[in-house]
Ligand binder design. Structure first.
Ligand SMILES: *Cc1c(COP(=O)(O)O)cnc(C)c1O
Length: 388
Protein backbone atom coordinates (compact mmCIF):
# COMPACT_ATOMS: atom_id res chain seq x y z
CA UNK A 1 0.00 0.00 0.00
CA UNK A 2 2.26 2.77 -1.18
CA UNK A 3 1.61 6.13 -2.79
CA UNK A 4 3.86 8.25 -4.90
CA UNK A 5 4.91 11.43 -3.14
CA UNK A 6 7.31 13.74 -4.91
CA UNK A 7 8.52 10.93 -7.13
CA UNK A 8 9.31 8.53 -4.33
CA UNK A 9 7.10 5.76 -3.05
CA UNK A 10 6.15 6.04 0.59
CA UNK A 11 3.71 3.85 2.43
CA UNK A 12 0.60 5.55 3.77
CA UNK A 13 1.56 4.63 7.33
CA UNK A 14 4.84 6.54 6.91
CA UNK A 15 3.13 9.59 5.39
CA UNK A 16 0.59 9.69 8.21
CA UNK A 17 3.28 9.64 10.87
CA UNK A 18 5.74 12.07 9.28
CA UNK A 19 6.61 14.92 11.62
CA UNK A 20 5.19 18.32 10.74
CA UNK A 21 7.98 20.44 9.33
CA UNK A 22 7.98 24.13 10.12
CA UNK A 23 11.70 24.57 10.65
CA UNK A 24 11.32 24.94 14.42
CA UNK A 25 11.48 21.24 15.23
CA UNK A 26 7.91 20.93 16.43
CA UNK A 27 6.42 17.60 15.30
CA UNK A 28 2.86 18.94 15.38
CA UNK A 29 1.59 22.11 13.72
CA UNK A 30 0.74 25.22 15.71
CA UNK A 31 -2.96 26.07 15.95
CA UNK A 32 -2.98 29.36 14.09
CA UNK A 33 -6.01 30.85 15.79
CA UNK A 34 -6.42 34.06 13.83
CA UNK A 35 -9.04 35.42 11.49
CA UNK A 36 -6.70 37.52 9.35
CA UNK A 37 -3.08 37.93 8.30
CA UNK A 38 -1.43 41.31 7.94
CA UNK A 39 1.07 42.58 5.36
CA UNK A 40 4.39 44.32 5.79
CA UNK A 41 3.68 47.06 3.29
CA UNK A 42 1.49 48.19 0.42
CA UNK A 43 3.38 46.17 -2.19
CA UNK A 44 3.16 42.91 -0.22
CA UNK A 45 -0.60 43.47 0.20
CA UNK A 46 -1.04 44.23 -3.48
CA UNK A 47 1.07 41.22 -4.54
CA UNK A 48 -1.17 38.95 -2.51
CA UNK A 49 -4.37 40.54 -3.76
CA UNK A 50 -3.32 40.11 -7.37
CA UNK A 51 -2.23 36.52 -6.86
CA UNK A 52 1.54 37.08 -7.24
CA UNK A 53 2.08 35.57 -3.78
CA UNK A 54 0.09 32.97 -1.93
CA UNK A 55 0.33 33.57 1.81
CA UNK A 56 -2.90 33.33 3.81
CA UNK A 57 -4.98 36.48 3.86
CA UNK A 58 -8.18 35.51 5.72
CA UNK A 59 -9.08 32.28 7.54
CA UNK A 60 -12.40 31.79 5.68
CA UNK A 61 -10.34 30.88 2.62
CA UNK A 62 -6.96 29.67 3.89
CA UNK A 63 -5.27 29.00 7.24
CA UNK A 64 -1.92 27.26 7.93
CA UNK A 65 -3.30 24.67 10.37
CA UNK A 66 -6.12 23.85 7.97
CA UNK A 67 -3.58 23.67 5.11
CA UNK A 68 -1.54 21.11 7.07
CA UNK A 69 -4.63 18.88 7.28
CA UNK A 70 -5.47 19.46 3.60
CA UNK A 71 -1.92 18.60 2.53
CA UNK A 72 -1.97 15.33 4.48
CA UNK A 73 -5.33 14.37 2.92
CA UNK A 74 -4.12 15.19 -0.61
CA UNK A 75 -1.05 12.98 -0.10
CA UNK A 76 -2.88 9.92 1.20
CA UNK A 77 -5.68 10.15 -1.41
CA UNK A 78 -2.97 10.67 -4.08
CA UNK A 79 -4.49 13.94 -5.26
CA UNK A 80 -2.72 17.17 -6.17
CA UNK A 81 -4.64 19.25 -3.62
CA UNK A 82 -7.42 19.26 -1.04
CA UNK A 83 -9.82 21.71 0.54
CA UNK A 84 -11.35 21.24 3.99
CA UNK A 85 -14.85 22.16 5.16
CA UNK A 86 -16.82 22.54 8.37
CA UNK A 87 -18.70 19.28 7.72
CA UNK A 88 -19.06 16.46 5.26
CA UNK A 89 -22.29 18.07 4.04
CA UNK A 90 -20.48 21.38 3.40
CA UNK A 91 -17.87 19.45 1.40
CA UNK A 92 -20.58 17.65 -0.62
CA UNK A 93 -22.80 20.67 -1.28
CA UNK A 94 -19.88 23.00 -2.05
CA UNK A 95 -18.28 20.52 -4.45
CA UNK A 96 -21.51 20.03 -6.37
CA UNK A 97 -22.42 23.73 -6.42
CA UNK A 98 -18.97 24.67 -7.75
CA UNK A 99 -19.73 22.82 -10.99
CA UNK A 100 -23.50 22.35 -11.39
CA UNK A 101 -25.91 24.97 -12.68
CA UNK A 102 -29.57 25.16 -13.62
CA UNK A 103 -30.41 22.94 -16.57
CA UNK A 104 -27.60 20.44 -15.84
CA UNK A 105 -28.18 16.79 -15.01
CA UNK A 106 -26.78 14.85 -12.07
CA UNK A 107 -27.01 11.05 -11.81
CA UNK A 108 -26.69 9.62 -8.29
CA UNK A 109 -26.33 6.08 -7.08
CA UNK A 110 -29.26 4.71 -5.04
CA UNK A 111 -29.11 4.68 -1.23
CA UNK A 112 -26.77 7.63 -0.85
CA UNK A 113 -26.29 9.11 2.63
CA UNK A 114 -29.76 10.42 3.61
CA UNK A 115 -28.71 14.08 3.97
CA UNK A 116 -26.94 13.93 0.60
CA UNK A 117 -30.23 12.64 -0.83
CA UNK A 118 -32.09 15.54 0.84
CA UNK A 119 -29.57 18.05 -0.55
CA UNK A 120 -30.20 16.72 -4.05
CA UNK A 121 -33.99 16.73 -3.53
CA UNK A 122 -34.50 19.98 -1.61
CA UNK A 123 -31.74 22.24 -2.91
CA UNK A 124 -30.54 20.98 -6.28
CA UNK A 125 -33.87 19.99 -7.84
CA UNK A 126 -35.63 23.31 -7.02
CA UNK A 127 -32.63 25.09 -8.63
CA UNK A 128 -33.59 23.43 -11.89
CA UNK A 129 -31.05 20.60 -11.90
CA UNK A 130 -32.28 17.25 -13.22
CA UNK A 131 -31.49 14.61 -10.58
CA UNK A 132 -31.95 10.90 -11.23
CA UNK A 133 -31.08 7.80 -9.16
CA UNK A 134 -29.72 4.58 -10.57
CA UNK A 135 -28.70 1.19 -9.24
CA UNK A 136 -25.10 0.11 -8.96
CA UNK A 137 -25.78 -2.34 -11.79
CA UNK A 138 -27.07 0.39 -14.11
CA UNK A 139 -23.96 2.52 -13.45
CA UNK A 140 -21.69 -0.41 -14.27
CA UNK A 141 -23.52 -2.03 -17.16
CA UNK A 142 -25.19 0.76 -19.09
CA UNK A 143 -22.33 2.50 -20.90
CA UNK A 144 -24.70 5.29 -22.04
CA UNK A 145 -26.33 6.03 -18.70
CA UNK A 146 -24.14 9.13 -18.36
CA UNK A 147 -24.83 10.50 -21.84
CA UNK A 148 -25.70 14.18 -21.36
CA UNK A 149 -25.08 14.00 -17.60
CA UNK A 150 -22.89 16.73 -16.05
CA UNK A 151 -21.96 14.92 -12.83
CA UNK A 152 -22.12 11.33 -11.59
CA UNK A 153 -22.51 11.17 -7.81
CA UNK A 154 -21.23 7.94 -6.28
CA UNK A 155 -20.92 6.54 -2.79
CA UNK A 156 -19.25 3.13 -2.61
CA UNK A 157 -20.24 1.30 -0.59
CA UNK A 158 -23.48 3.25 -0.22
CA UNK A 159 -25.34 3.92 3.01
CA UNK A 160 -27.27 1.28 5.00
CA UNK A 161 -27.20 -1.32 2.19
CA UNK A 162 -23.42 -1.15 1.60
CA UNK A 163 -23.62 -1.96 -2.11
CA UNK A 164 -20.31 -1.44 -3.91
CA UNK A 165 -19.74 -0.23 -7.43
CA UNK A 166 -16.85 -1.02 -9.78
CA UNK A 167 -15.43 2.48 -9.51
CA UNK A 168 -12.92 2.24 -12.39
CA UNK A 169 -15.60 0.95 -14.75
CA UNK A 170 -17.99 3.83 -13.98
CA UNK A 171 -15.14 6.36 -14.21
CA UNK A 172 -14.30 5.04 -17.69
CA UNK A 173 -17.95 5.32 -18.84
CA UNK A 174 -18.09 8.86 -17.45
CA UNK A 175 -14.90 9.90 -19.22
CA UNK A 176 -16.34 8.85 -22.59
CA UNK A 177 -19.33 11.13 -21.96
CA UNK A 178 -17.28 14.02 -20.58
CA UNK A 179 -19.15 13.61 -17.29
CA UNK A 180 -17.50 14.67 -14.03
CA UNK A 181 -17.36 12.02 -11.29
CA UNK A 182 -17.59 12.57 -7.54
CA UNK A 183 -17.39 9.83 -4.91
CA UNK A 184 -18.08 9.83 -1.17
CA UNK A 185 -15.17 7.70 0.14
CA UNK A 186 -15.93 8.09 3.86
CA UNK A 187 -16.44 4.35 4.47
CA UNK A 188 -13.28 2.99 2.85
CA UNK A 189 -10.89 5.88 3.60
CA UNK A 190 -7.72 6.05 1.46
CA UNK A 191 -6.44 3.07 3.47
CA UNK A 192 -8.89 0.74 1.66
CA UNK A 193 -9.82 2.60 -1.56
CA UNK A 194 -8.17 5.41 -3.53
CA UNK A 195 -10.72 6.49 -6.14
CA UNK A 196 -8.46 9.06 -7.85
CA UNK A 197 -6.21 6.16 -8.88
CA UNK A 198 -9.32 4.49 -10.35
CA UNK A 199 -10.12 7.49 -12.56
CA UNK A 200 -12.56 9.44 -10.36
CA UNK A 201 -12.35 13.26 -10.54
CA UNK A 202 -13.37 14.33 -7.02
CA UNK A 203 -13.16 12.44 -3.72
CA UNK A 204 -15.04 13.72 -0.68
CA UNK A 205 -15.00 12.59 2.94
CA UNK A 206 -17.08 13.19 5.94
CA UNK A 207 -13.97 13.64 8.10
CA UNK A 208 -16.27 13.34 11.13
CA UNK A 209 -16.02 9.54 10.75
CA UNK A 210 -12.82 7.47 10.34
CA UNK A 211 -10.59 10.42 9.39
CA UNK A 212 -11.17 11.96 12.82
CA UNK A 213 -11.68 8.60 14.52
CA UNK A 214 -12.30 10.14 17.93
CA UNK A 215 -15.94 11.31 17.72
CA UNK A 216 -14.94 14.84 18.69
CA UNK A 217 -15.11 16.77 15.40
CA UNK A 218 -17.54 17.42 12.56
CA UNK A 219 -15.62 18.15 9.35
CA UNK A 220 -15.33 17.42 5.64
CA UNK A 221 -12.63 17.41 2.98
CA UNK A 222 -12.44 17.27 -0.83
CA UNK A 223 -9.45 15.95 -2.80
CA UNK A 224 -8.83 16.35 -6.54
CA UNK A 225 -6.45 17.96 -9.03
CA UNK A 226 -5.20 21.52 -8.42
CA UNK A 227 -7.56 23.18 -10.90
CA UNK A 228 -10.68 21.54 -9.47
CA UNK A 229 -9.69 22.33 -5.88
CA UNK A 230 -8.94 25.96 -6.80
CA UNK A 231 -12.39 26.25 -8.38
CA UNK A 232 -14.06 24.82 -5.24
CA UNK A 233 -11.95 26.99 -2.90
CA UNK A 234 -12.46 30.24 -4.81
CA UNK A 235 -16.06 29.65 -5.76
CA UNK A 236 -18.00 27.76 -3.11
CA UNK A 237 -15.67 27.77 -0.08
CA UNK A 238 -15.18 31.53 -0.39
CA UNK A 239 -18.77 32.40 -1.25
CA UNK A 240 -20.74 29.88 0.82
CA UNK A 241 -18.21 30.10 3.64
CA UNK A 242 -18.31 26.59 5.13
CA UNK A 243 -14.71 26.73 6.38
CA UNK A 244 -13.01 24.38 8.83
CA UNK A 245 -11.77 25.86 12.13
CA UNK A 246 -7.99 25.71 12.85
CA UNK A 247 -8.54 23.86 16.14
CA UNK A 248 -10.62 21.20 14.36
CA UNK A 249 -7.95 20.83 11.69
CA UNK A 250 -5.49 20.17 14.52
CA UNK A 251 -7.78 17.47 15.96
CA UNK A 252 -8.15 15.89 12.52
CA UNK A 253 -4.38 15.77 12.01
CA UNK A 254 -4.07 14.16 15.41
CA UNK A 255 -6.68 11.58 14.35
CA UNK A 256 -4.91 10.89 11.06
CA UNK A 257 -1.73 9.79 12.84
CA UNK A 258 -3.47 6.52 13.76
CA UNK A 259 -5.78 6.13 10.73
CA UNK A 260 -3.83 3.19 9.34
CA UNK A 261 -3.71 1.15 12.54
CA UNK A 262 -7.30 2.06 13.43
CA UNK A 263 -8.56 0.80 10.06
CA UNK A 264 -6.59 -2.43 10.48
CA UNK A 265 -8.14 -2.92 13.94
CA UNK A 266 -11.68 -2.12 12.72
CA UNK A 267 -11.18 -4.60 9.88
CA UNK A 268 -9.84 -7.39 12.09
CA UNK A 269 -12.77 -7.09 14.49
CA UNK A 270 -15.36 -6.76 11.70
CA UNK A 271 -13.98 -9.91 10.05
CA UNK A 272 -14.37 -11.88 13.27
CA UNK A 273 -17.85 -10.47 13.86
CA UNK A 274 -19.04 -11.32 10.38
CA UNK A 275 -17.60 -14.82 10.45
CA UNK A 276 -19.61 -15.45 13.61
CA UNK A 277 -22.77 -13.69 12.40
CA UNK A 278 -22.77 -15.96 9.33
CA UNK A 279 -23.15 -18.93 11.68
CA UNK A 280 -25.72 -17.25 13.95
CA UNK A 281 -29.42 -18.07 13.92
CA UNK A 282 -31.93 -15.33 13.07
CA UNK A 283 -29.42 -13.34 11.01
CA UNK A 284 -31.01 -13.30 7.55
CA UNK A 285 -28.49 -11.25 5.61
CA UNK A 286 -25.22 -9.42 6.22
CA UNK A 287 -24.41 -6.33 4.12
CA UNK A 288 -20.65 -5.93 4.41
CA UNK A 289 -18.33 -5.59 1.43
CA UNK A 290 -14.99 -7.27 2.00
CA UNK A 291 -11.55 -6.76 0.49
CA UNK A 292 -11.59 -7.49 -3.22
CA UNK A 293 -15.39 -7.53 -3.61
CA UNK A 294 -14.91 -4.88 -6.32
CA UNK A 295 -11.64 -3.92 -8.02
CA UNK A 296 -9.74 -1.35 -5.98
CA UNK A 297 -11.38 -2.11 -2.64
CA UNK A 298 -8.60 -3.52 -0.47
CA UNK A 299 -10.18 -3.82 2.95
CA UNK A 300 -13.30 -4.07 5.07
CA UNK A 301 -14.27 -1.18 7.34
CA UNK A 302 -16.11 -1.69 10.63
CA UNK A 303 -19.49 -0.37 9.44
CA UNK A 304 -22.09 -2.80 8.07
CA UNK A 305 -25.72 -3.79 8.42
CA UNK A 306 -27.51 -7.02 9.25
CA UNK A 307 -31.05 -8.02 8.45
CA UNK A 308 -32.63 -9.74 11.41
CA UNK A 309 -35.31 -12.41 11.26
CA UNK A 310 -38.76 -10.95 12.10
CA UNK A 311 -38.57 -13.18 15.22
CA UNK A 312 -36.01 -10.74 16.67
CA UNK A 313 -37.45 -7.76 18.54
CA UNK A 314 -35.02 -5.01 17.53
CA UNK A 315 -36.17 -2.73 20.38
CA UNK A 316 -35.33 -5.42 22.92
CA UNK A 317 -32.01 -6.15 21.21
CA UNK A 318 -31.02 -2.49 21.41
CA UNK A 319 -32.10 -2.18 25.04
CA UNK A 320 -30.08 -5.25 26.07
CA UNK A 321 -26.81 -3.98 24.62
CA UNK A 322 -24.30 -2.76 27.21
CA UNK A 323 -21.10 -1.95 25.31
CA UNK A 324 -22.67 -1.00 21.97
CA UNK A 325 -24.30 2.42 22.28
CA UNK A 326 -27.31 3.66 20.34
CA UNK A 327 -26.46 6.59 18.13
CA UNK A 328 -25.90 8.01 14.68
CA UNK A 329 -22.51 8.72 13.14
CA UNK A 330 -19.79 6.06 13.09
CA UNK A 331 -16.07 5.63 12.58
CA UNK A 332 -15.05 6.50 16.14
CA UNK A 333 -13.45 4.38 18.85
CA UNK A 334 -16.84 3.39 20.28
CA UNK A 335 -19.17 0.71 18.92
CA UNK A 336 -22.65 1.84 17.89
CA UNK A 337 -25.90 0.47 16.54
CA UNK A 338 -28.65 2.20 14.57
CA UNK A 339 -31.97 0.46 13.89
CA UNK A 340 -33.04 1.68 10.44
CA UNK A 341 -36.66 1.97 11.64
CA UNK A 342 -35.51 4.92 13.74
CA UNK A 343 -33.59 6.71 10.97
CA UNK A 344 -36.57 6.28 8.65
CA UNK A 345 -38.89 7.72 11.32
CA UNK A 346 -36.43 10.62 11.75
CA UNK A 347 -36.48 11.26 8.01
CA UNK A 348 -40.27 11.65 8.17
CA UNK A 349 -40.46 11.66 4.41
CA UNK A 350 -39.95 9.40 1.47
CA UNK A 351 -36.31 9.00 0.72
CA UNK A 352 -34.23 6.65 -1.33
CA UNK A 353 -33.79 4.26 1.57
CA UNK A 354 -37.55 3.83 1.86
CA UNK A 355 -38.24 3.65 -1.83
CA UNK A 356 -35.71 0.97 -2.46
CA UNK A 357 -34.80 -2.06 -0.47
CA UNK A 358 -34.34 -1.36 3.21
CA UNK A 359 -36.15 -3.91 5.36
CA UNK A 360 -37.74 -2.84 8.62
CA UNK A 361 -35.61 -5.22 10.67
CA UNK A 362 -32.28 -3.89 9.54
CA UNK A 363 -29.63 -2.97 12.11
CA UNK A 364 -26.48 -1.00 11.32
CA UNK A 365 -23.42 -1.79 13.42
CA UNK A 366 -20.28 0.27 13.75
CA UNK A 367 -17.53 -1.90 15.21
CA UNK A 368 -15.22 0.24 17.34
CA UNK A 369 -11.89 -0.41 18.96
CA UNK A 370 -13.03 -2.32 22.05
CA UNK A 371 -11.90 -5.92 22.62
CA UNK A 372 -13.74 -7.97 20.01
CA UNK A 373 -14.55 -10.77 22.45
CA UNK A 374 -16.26 -8.31 24.79
CA UNK A 375 -18.20 -6.86 21.86
CA UNK A 376 -19.27 -10.24 20.57
CA UNK A 377 -20.40 -11.37 24.03
CA UNK A 378 -22.46 -8.19 24.34
CA UNK A 379 -24.13 -8.63 20.95
CA UNK A 380 -24.74 -12.38 21.23
CA UNK A 381 -26.25 -12.01 24.67
CA UNK A 382 -28.59 -9.18 23.62
CA UNK A 383 -29.64 -11.15 20.54
CA UNK A 384 -30.42 -14.30 22.51
CA UNK A 385 -32.60 -12.31 24.92
CA UNK A 386 -34.64 -10.73 22.11
CA UNK A 387 -36.33 -13.67 20.40
CA UNK A 388 -40.09 -13.25 20.51
C1 LIG B 1 -21.85 11.35 7.98
C2 LIG B 1 -21.80 11.21 6.50
C3 LIG B 1 -21.83 12.32 5.67
C4 LIG B 1 -22.05 13.72 6.19
O1 LIG B 1 -20.97 14.16 6.91
P1 LIG B 1 -21.06 15.26 8.11
O2 LIG B 1 -19.66 15.43 8.51
O3 LIG B 1 -21.95 14.67 9.15
O4 LIG B 1 -21.67 16.49 7.51
C5 LIG B 1 -21.68 12.12 4.31
N1 LIG B 1 -21.54 10.89 3.80
C6 LIG B 1 -21.54 9.79 4.57
C7 LIG B 1 -21.37 8.46 3.93
C8 LIG B 1 -21.67 9.91 5.95
O5 LIG B 1 -21.72 8.82 6.71
Amino acid sequence: MSVDTAGKKSSIATILTAAYEDGAGSVTPPIVQTSLFTFEDYDAFEDRATGRTNQPIYTRVQNPTVSAFENMMAKIETGEAAVAFASGMAAISSSILAFIKSGDRLAAVENVYPDSFRFLEHILKPMGVGVTYHSVGAFENDPDLLDGVTMAYLESPNSMMFETVDVAKVAAHARRHNCMTLIDNSWATPIFQRPLELGIDIVIHSASKYISGHSDTVAGVVISNQQTITQIREHSLTLLGGKLAPFEAFLLLRGLRTLNIRMMAHQASANIFIERLEKTENIVKINSPKAGSVPGLTGRAGLFSVELDPKIDVRSLCNHLRIFKLGVSWGGFESLVVPTKITLAQAGEKNSLQEFNVSANLLRLSIGLEDVEDLWADFASALSQSIV
